[in-house]
Design a protein around this ligand. Structure first.
Ligand code: ADP
Length: 961
């Protein structure tokens, strides 16, 4: 092919040269010929002038001879000839003038010639006229005057001059013509020779080329065969040719493998069958051929269809084939199945696109080979515009250095590097504007060599934030940090520009990690909506909004955990536009408390609410998690305002100390502690006023750890009444003393008349029993019984009013002796009942012996009186209770007492049994109580019905009041 075209070119060259030579030759010959023709013409012209000069001479001669002949003879024939010669002469002069018009030398002579010719004719006319009028003599005279001869001589002279000039020209022109002829001949000979030579050379060259071509064509055939085998051997590429109409013309093994058609099946078919129907409908196959035809080549990636209908993603290169004259011969197509690569690419791309940062993949020449949508956005380019560009167009400096620096590190080192620690560089957008970036590179082994993936983060906001922080430093920083809530300042794009230390703590981020981040990273939902909603409010309204009334949202910590928050937004005008300050409160504790409350609801809620005291449940961090309605009332807060607050806001001091102190106690001890014995502290109401409280703590195990329930009693009233009490106690004592005096006096004074009534009724009974009628006996019996009872009652009342008055003063007494006195007083009863009374050895104490006897006597007496069917067994003992008190006990095996009456039996006149069952006044135990208490002790009972009772009383070793 190549050889062929070369030889054709040679022939063309030779032919061109020959044509050129002939053209030059022709032009030269033509020029030579025209020059030679011109020379000939000039020669002929000269001859013509010469001939006409000759004619003129002869005509002039004829004129002279004819007017002379007429003058001599007078014959008319001379006259005729004369006239003919004149005409001829005039004609000749005109001709000569015309012929010599181009020759200046001759032209100068022409006027003389004409003048002389005219003179000649004039003279002839005069001679003729003389002959006709004056006769022959006059005419002959005129001829003889010689004028005619003189004119004739002059005339002949002029003609000769002209003749000579023409002769000179003739010689010149003849030589000229001869020279030109010679030149023409030479040119013709040379031209012909040259033409022949070129023709011979071309012939020789073509012959040689044709030999060469023969050889080349053979080599080409060899080569083509090799290529065909090679192409056939290619398995991974479908390689085939298409004729200008789109029909498949050749087919390799790779094509068969990839597309599934055998060569025989597909050759001669339109190649559009490899396309999807939708692509065919859009005219894509034709369009691609058109592109290839116009541009020489078309490369695309699209779906292709196999013979079996399955599709694969193909990379297709179509190249146009043209012959040397540019005619389209057809196309070759090389296509490749890149489905697999596409799939990996898709996966990789997905990963790339998912990245929160701009990602740019760069090859070793610093060209961008891949990028994600964030990169498009950040740099404001369209993807196609960036691919293939130098990365330094978007990162003007530092990238290459980083690349080199990173090239020295291992892959692990590079991976270990966090983006947050990247060096700060500058990015450049399409519009030329710069912005600060942070960049992290990691190497990526690929088929195209080592690529570098650059994660690029726009840190404009962070930078602005840093600047802003610097500005704010003096002004608001302190304020911000002092806020008890997490504070986050957000710009109009929802990016965090500022935050305080509480925000760091609450969300578990370090400050620089948050600045520049989207606020929705830490408050995933609701913030934007709040922002918009709040954007429509005035600043005043926003400020008026309390954080407590904020909508509840969720915060997300760095570790991904969520926690409930309450949020309050307020706008903040700044140089950077309107910023929003968000106060964020962690309401986990409140939430947990609410949850806890819900859990507790069924169990403790009722109990808690029923408690007469304010109850507050506090966690180990000192946060209030639960409270009852009394607590709300007492402290003047709404429940939701208190939950989550520190307990020290309502109990400023002492609580924590109690908590710690109580932490060291066992639960049992804590439970044993009565609220009444609590330490007195101060409570603080919402509006700041303080009030005295008494507080009792008890631990409460819960799923959230050990909680502390604090029962808080407002003791304002008690304090008041204590005060009142002190005041009234004096009065009471006085009136009590008066009363006691009265009781004593009354019972004492009543004793006398009563004794009289009793003794006389007894006398009556003794003397008249059986003597009167039976009704009288009965009446007397009632009177006796009544007076006896009245006597007992009065005695008991007297004893009661006496009891507790230490008339004799206290002294060292043996309690054992006192018991013995009592028993001897009770001797009759003991004998009658057959009771067994035992005792341990009893201590000596400082006391009032009479009163002690009275106590023993009452208790042992009761123990025998309220006996069961068994023989009564009473045991008295005394033990020392740790401190200084002696505890005496009187144990029986009698009827026992229902615990509900444990208190009641010590009250005046209160009895559990009827008078018919057991005699008594209901005063005995009251006297005991009064005595014991006066002696500085207390009395109580432990008992179970049917199982006997133990009456205890304590007495101080050193005696009471
Ligand atoms: P009384 O004069 O009725 O004995 P007390 O004040 O001595 O009055 O006792 C009050 C009540 O307590 C008695 O009526 C009796 O019901 C009950 N009581 C007192 N001691 C005992 C005891 N050891 N066993 C059972 N019941 C008792």
């Amino acid at each position: 092919m190549k050889t062929n075209s070369r030889s054709t070119r040679k022939v063309q060259l030779a032919l061109g040269a020959a044509i050129l030579a002939l053209l030059v030759l022709g032009a030269t010959s033509y020029r030579a010929m025209t020059t030679s023709t011109e020379s000939d013409r000039l020669v002929r012209h000269t001859y013509e002038v010469l001939e006409n000069l000759q004619n003129l001479l002869s005509a002039t001669g004829s004129i002279e001879s004819n007017y002379r002949g007429f003058a001599l003879t007078g014959k008319e024939s001379y006259l005729d000839s004369y006239r003919a010669s004149v005409l001829s002469e005039e004609q000749d002069v005109a001709t000569i003038r015309n012929l010599t018009v181009d020759n200046p030398k001759q032209e100068i002579l022409i006027p003389s010639l004409e003048r002389l010719a005219a003179q000649k004719i004039q003279f002839g006319e005069r001679v003729i006229s003389l002959r006709q009028t004056k006769g022959m003599e006059a005419a002959a005279d005129a001829v003889r005057s010689g004028t005619g001869e003189r004119v004739m001589d002059e005339f002949q002279d002029v003609v000769r001059q002209m003749h000579d000039e023409e002769l000179r020209l003739l010689v010149l022109r003849a030589a000229d013509a001869k020279r030109h002829l010679r030149q023409t001949r030479t040119v013709l000979i040379l031209g012909t020779a040259l033409g022949l030579l070129i023709a011979a050379a071309a012939g020789w060259s073509v012959q040689r080329d044709s030999i060469d071509r023969g050889l080349a064509e053979e080599a080409l055939r060899d080569q083509e065969e090799k290529y065909r085998l090679l192409i056939d051997g290619v398995q991974n590429y479908a390689i085939f040719t298409i004729d200008p109409h789109g029909m498949v013309a050749s087919w390799n093994a790779g094509a068969e493998r990839i597309k599934g058609y055998k060569a025989g099946e597909i050759i001669g078919q339109n190649f559009s069958r490899f396309y999807l129907q939708s692509d065919i409908d859009q005219g894509k196959p034709k369009a691609e051929l058109l592109v290839a035809a116009a541009a020489g080549r078309s490369e695309t990636e699209h779906w292709r269809v196999r013979k079996d209908g399955s599709r694969f993603w193909a990379n297709v290169v179509i190249t146009a084939a043209r012959n040397s004259s540019g005619t389209l011969l057809g196309f070759s197509e090389i296509s490749r199945d890149i489905s697999e690569r596409k799939e990996t690419e898709a996966k990789y791309r997905g990963l790339l696109e998912a990245a929160p940062d701009a990602m740019v993949v760069v090859n070793q020449d610093g060209e961008i080979v891949l990028l994600n949508v964030q990169a498009e956005k950040q740099f404001a380019y369209h993807r196609d515009e960036l691919i293939g560009q130098q990365v330094k167009n978007i990162i003007p400096e530092g990238f290459a250095e980083r690349l080199r620096a990173d090239g020295l590190r291992s892959v692990e080192d590079a991976s270990a590097q966090q983006i947050g620690t990247g060096i700060e560089l500058t990015g450049r957008r399409k519009d030329g504007s710069d912005f600060p970036i942070e960049i992290m590179l990691s190497p990526l082994e690929s088929a195209e060599g080592i690529l570098v993936t650059a994660a690029i983060r726009d840190i404009t906001v962070r930078k602005a934030g840093e600047k802003f922080v610097a500005q704010m430093e003096g002004r608001y920083r302190g304020l911000l940090e002092a806020a008890p809530d997490a504070m986050v300042v957000v710009n109009e794009d929802g990016e965090i520009v500022l935050l305080n230390v509480q925000a760091e703590k609450q969300f578990g981020y370090r400050r620089h990690e948050l600045v520049g981040q989207k606020v929705k990273n830490i408050i995933p939902e609701g913030f934007a909506e709040r922002l918009i909603a709040d954007g429509t409010r005035t600043a005043a309204e926003a400020v008026a909004q309390q954080i407590g009334t904020g909508i509840e949202l969720y915060g997300r910590r760095k570790d991904g955990s969520d926690f409930p928050i309450e949020i309050m937004l307020s706008p903040l005008e700044s140089a950077e536009g309107i910023l929003v300050t968000a106060a964020i409160r962690d309401i986990s504790v409140r939430k947990t408390a609410e949850q806890h409350l819900a859990q507790m609801e069924g169990r403790y809620r009722g109990l808690l609410e029923a408690a007469p005291d304010a109850m507050v449940v506090v966690n180990q961090g000192g946060d209030i998690v639960l409270l009852n309605v009394q607590a709300e009332k007492q402290f003047g807060y709404r429940r939701d305002e208190l939950v989550g607050q520190k307990v020290k806001n309502i109990i400023p001091e002492g609580f924590a100390e109690r908590l710690i102190a109580d932490g060291t106690r066992t639960a049992a001890e804590a439970v044993a502690q009565q609220i009444g014995t609590g330490i007195e502290l101060k409570g603080r109401r919402k509006h700041g006023s303080e009030f005295p409280i008494e507080i009792m703590l008890s631990p409460l195990e819960s799923p959230e750890g050990v909680l502390v329930t604090a029962a808080i009693r407002d003791i304002t009233e008690r304090k008041k009444s204590e005060h009142q009490l002190v005041k009234t106690v004096g009065e009471l004592k006085r009136s009590n003393d008066e009363l006691q005096q009265f009781a004593y006096v009354a019972s004492h004074d009543l004793q006398e008349p009563l004794r009289m009534v009793a003794s006389y009724t007894q006398l009556l009974s003794k003397r008249y029993k059986g003597r009167l009628d039976s009704v009288a006996d009965e009446f007397i019996a009632y009177a006796v019984d009544g007076s006896n009872r009245m006597q007992g009652l009065i005695q008991d009342l007297l004893a009661y009013s006496r009891a507790g008055t230490n008339e004799k003063g206290l002294r060292e007494v043996s309690s054992e002796k006192a018991l013995k006195y009592a028993l001897s007083n009770l001797q009759a009863t003991i004998q009658e009942s057959g009771a067994l009374v035992t005792h341990d050895s009893l201590p000596s104490i400082t006391s009032d012996d009479t009163q002690l006897i009275q106590v023993f006597q009452n208790l042992v007496g009761n123990a025998i009186k309220y006996r069961s069917a068994e023989v009564p067994h009473v045991h008295v003992s005394a033990t020392k209770n740790g401190g200084k008190d002696w505890i005496f006990s009187v144990r029986d095996n009698g009827l026992g007492i229902d615990p509900q009456y444990f208190e009641r039996i010590f009250v005046l006149f209160q009895r559990l049994h009827g008078r018919e069952q057991f005699k008594g006044t209901g005063i005995g135990l009251t006297i005991c109580k009064k005595i014991v208490e006066r002696l500085g002790g207390r009395i109580w009972v432990e008992s179970q019905p049917e199982k006997g009772s133990i009456f205890y009383f304590s007495l101080p070793e050193g005696g009471g009041k």
